[in-house]
Design a protein around this ligand. Structure first.
Ligand code: F6R
Length: 265
């Protein structure tokens, strides 16, 4: 696991965008795993700026969202289908037919989840998966005690997650109770995992993910079993890491050939 501690959210966004841009430049047909929520928004903004400047073309890449709410219409502004369209597909000028979101409105939910898994497989698997993390340690919407072997399925959102996401809705009661989410097993199949977190509210979850025991109570801790994980955090989200100074030392002394070019502000 590589831990990259940067001074502020802007630097986290630039670094995350550089990782994704590098992936797409090396393979224009790359398959991107897309998170929603606030954590990756800065990355998407940085990528959109590169696209608008003519420095990056994501038009051939595919995308798979991590999750979707159950119980709100597709055209609801907070459905992840809407959020992915407005925050990712349109600004990055991606091909909408190549960007997929689990179907939270399907009449047959298990069939829709199986079809989603099949679509990821048929696309050749995810090259780089962007992840945020919940304050309770969830990745995707795999809440504490989710199976490490889980695949895309319906989940009941934890009360803490509903409370945290109430900021996106007019009324906390409007936050759906259920979602479809890629499972932890699905996420672990991606070739590269890029976890981003900003702010002190994520410090406990990041410490549990990086340094805690691997436990279903801290779903992010499964990342310790993945061979290629980059955790990019600001100082506040890193504030409970016991080995923070070591991670900074490692990063500062990386061999030149392992570095990615990160644009400066
Ligand atoms: C979103 C997702 C969630 C969020 C997490 C953090 O697709 O899968 O795991 O990444 O809830 O949300 P924010 O970034 O809003 O703090």
């Amino acid at each position: 696991m590589e831990i990259v501690i940067l001074p502020d959210p802007g630097a986290v966004a630039r670094f995350g965008a550089a990782v994704l841009a590098d992936t797409v430049r090396r393979d224009p047909d790359a398959v991107l795993g897309l998170a929603t929520g606030s954590s990756p928004l800065g990355i998407y903004e940085q990528l959109a700026a590169l696209v608008q400047a003519g420095e990056l073309d994501v038009g051939r890449a595919s995308g798979f969202a991590l999750d979707e709410y159950v119980g709100i219409p597709e055209d609801h502004p907070q459905s992840y289908a809407s959020v992915i369209r407005t925050e990712v597909v349109e600004p990055l000028r991606m091909d909408p037919s190549r960007v997929h979101v689990p179907d939270g409105r399907a009449a047959d939910i298990p069939a829709a989840c199986a079809a989603y898994e099949a679509a990821i497989r048929e696309a050749g698997g995810v090259d780089v998966q962007i992840l945020g993390i919940g304050a309770n340690g969830h990745i995707g919407f795999n809440e504490p005690t989710s199976s490490f072997a889980s695949r895309t399925r319906i989940k009941t959102l934890a009360p803490r997650t509903r409370a945290d996401n109430a900021r996106f809705f007019d009324d906390p009661d409007q936050v759906p109770t259920h979602c479809l989410t890629q499972g932890l097993g699905t996420i672990m199949d991606a070739r590269h995992l890029l976890l981003v977190a900003q702010g002190e509210a994520k410090a406990d979850a990041i410490a549990a993910t990086v340094e805690g025991p691997v436990s279903a109570m801290a779903p992010g801790s499964i990342l310790q079993h993945h061979p290629t994980v980059t955790v990019v955090v600001d100082e506040a989200a890193a504030s409970k890491l016991r080995l923070a100074d070591y991670y900074k030392h490692v990063f500062a002394n990386k061999p030149e050939w392992q570095r990615i070019a990160v644009p400066q502000p």
